[in-house]
Write a new protein. Structure first.
Lengths: 282, 302
């Protein structure tokens, strides 16, 4: 057999092996999290706040972290949408295709997307000290909003850029102002907004480094914006560093919960991408 | 239509434009504000010690006023380089397999898996690392090379990080490889080249600028990753001499000490300086790779 065919076989094998590797990593992560997480997973875990001696292995659950995470994710997603939809609309309707401002904006959001959340956290922390604020739900919501705005804008912008120019021209020729074309565009990019939202929720719920500085941690459910809030990733992190096995097992259960949420988000966004693109004009 | 209504619509349009311009401007301002804010916070330590001394000294004792970042920077670089070295061949081969060789169902299976891998939070990777990778290194791999290791090592950090950047690398590579024109591949095949030869001499060569951009992006992602690495790399302040020693990357330093730093102004400033170093390095790497990627895109759109 010629050398090139041996080479072909060899590299084909390597490629197959590499792809299997990726699947194996995926399987190993899911398997580890599920088998370890199931042990301590029960109704009490997700329906109660930590009781006295919770961190010594006594009764209680992680409802504080679940609710805290939901508050932060909900608040930041709404704020993020309110800020990023106008920005995307502005870039794609009011600015020309080759505008310098649009180029600069896209580039900065690309760069912002890459800035790690710990830097966002440190930056937000300095601002909070500057204004004399303590770690609070509000601080957490604001830093996560900053964190997800680049994700929102990048993924919505990608969809908005593909909206056909003819469609816009048709609305202008009917006498619509640029603002009024929004009614048409929003329908075109609706699936894009939905998937961008889910992507942002996924990132927001998993972020720990940013909220560590700004939202703090607490055993109770926050009742106002100025109180500190616990989050799921930090709950995993803190419980994992405990020397007591029962507490560590709860950390695995919390990690399982986090993984399940991320899996559900991923499935819904695939579903949306397939189903809700019916208004789309190619 | 009455003139008043028309005027009102135009006015609405104009004011919406103004508001949106302000929002766009403000969101652009985040980037500038972040750099400026961190720099402003770092001035305390920068006026106390020279930049060169901060970056090159490895003396770290905040209580004595010694702030040498070298071991942290070295730790970050070791972990990052290792993770890219592990992730690069796997991602390249996987992306080549998917674009050039694989059947449709493999793609249908692989992309959702990559999506989920990209979406799994760092803390879950950290848990997985402590449960699987750390014991594996401590019990199986470590003893073959060194006398004793507890598993919380540079190697563990590198492996966990590499899996976190594989989804990013593979999806970028797949995108880049699919821009290589089919004509080239057909021409190569008609000259009697095997699939691998076509991949090796046509696809990889054509895609080289894109590959470099993707690697630069992956480096900056790995460099800033905090929690997952912190959980498996040991957090001991030293300059690792081999893969089986613990290290202490920059983001871990910031995350671990955020509570204590308030007691000393110089300490706080030092940690903000660490954040500034992260910011500057990642800013430059990101900018480079984005500009490179845009050039690549332009080239193929012609």
């Amino acid at each position: 057999m010629k050398f090139k065919f041996i080479e072909e076989k060899f590299f084909h094998f390597l490629m197959l092996a590499a792809t299997l590797c990726v699947f194996a990593f995926f399987g190993s992560i899911l398997w580890t999290i599920i088998t370890n997480g199931m042990k301590a997973m029960n109704w009490e875990m997700i329906s109660q706040v930590p009781g006295g001696g919770f961190y010594l292995g006594k009764d209680g659950g992680i409802l504080n972290a679940i609710v805290g995470s939901l508050y932060i994710v909900g608040g930041s997603t709404v704020l993020g949408l309110l800020i990023s939809i106008p920005v995307v609309f502005f870039m794609n309707v009011y600015l020309k295709k080759k505008s310098k401002l649009a180029y600069l904006t896209r580039l900065s959001f690309d760069v912002l997307f890459g800035i790690p959340s710990i830097v966002y956290g440190a930056f937000a922390f300095t601002i909070m000290i500057f204004f004399g604020l303590k770690t609070s739900l509000l601080g957490g919501i604001i830093v996560v909003t900053f964190l997800i705005i680049p994700i929102f804008i990048r993924s919505m912008d990608e969809v908005a850029q593909s909206v056909s120019k003819d469609l816009l021209d048709a609305t202008y020729s009917l006498g619509a102002t640029k603002l009024e074309t929004g009614k048409v565009i929003i329908r075109q990019i609706a699936p894009g907004i939905a998937t961008a939202t889910l992507l942002s929720i996924g990132r927001a719920i998993g972020d720990a480094a940013g909220v560590m500085f700004t939202a703090g941690f607490t055993d109770s459910i926050p009742t106002s914006l100025t109180q500190p809030a616990a989050t799921l990733p930090l709950s995993v992190f803190f419980q994992l560093s405990s020397p007591i096995p029962e507490v560590r097992e709860r950390a695995y259960a919390a990690a399982l919960l986090l993984t399940i949420i991320v899996l559900i988000i991923s499935i819904i966004s695939r579903f949306i991408m397939h189903k809700f693109s019916k208004n789309k004009i190619k | 239509m009455s003139i008043n209504l028309l005027k009102f619509r135009v006015l609405k349009d104009k004011s919406a434009r103004g508001i949106m311009l302000i929002l766009t401007g403000l969101s652009l301002f985040i980037l500038v504000a972040m750099g400026a804010g961190l720099y402003w916070k770092s001035t305390t330590i920068l006026s106390d010690q020279s930049l060169w001394k901060l970056l090159s000294s490895s003396e770290w004792s905040p209580m004595k006023g010694e702030f040498g970042f070298f071991s942290f920077i070295a730790g970050s670089i070791y972990v990052t380089v290792l993770s890219v070295l592990i992730a690069l061949p796997i991602s390249l081969l996987t992306a080549l397999y998917v674009t050039e060789n694989a059947k449709a169902w493999v793609k249908k299976l692989l992309f959702p898996v990559l999506d989920i891998l990209a979406g799994i939070p760092p803390v879950v990777y950290g848990v997985w690392g402590t449960l699987v990778i750390v014991p594996w290194i401590a019990d199986s791999v470590g003893p073959k090379f060194v006398e004793y290791t507890n598993g919380y090592t540079v190697l563990a950090g590198g492996i966990v990080l590499s899996i976190m950047i594989i989804p990013l690398l593979v999806s970028l590579f797949v995108e880049i490889f699919s821009t290589v024109s089919k004509d080239y591949k057909d021409a190569s095949a008609s000259l009697g080249a095997t699939r691998w030869q076509t991949s090796r001499f046509i696809v990889l060569r054509k895609a080289l600028p894109g590959i470099i951009a993707a690697i630069v992006l992956a480096i900056s992602r790995a460099f800033g990753e905090t929690l997952a690495v912190l959980m498996v790399c040991g957090n001991v302040i030293n300059i690792p001499r081999n893969l089986f020693e613990g290290c202490y990357p920059l983001p871990a330093l910031i995350a671990n000490n955020y509570g204590e730093m308030l007691s000393l102004p110089l300490y706080e400033s030092a940690l903000m300086f660490a954040a500034l170093v992260l910011f500057v390095i990642i800013f430059i790497f990101n900018l480079l790779s984005r500009i490179l990627l845009q050039e690549v895109e332009k080239q193929f759109k012609l």
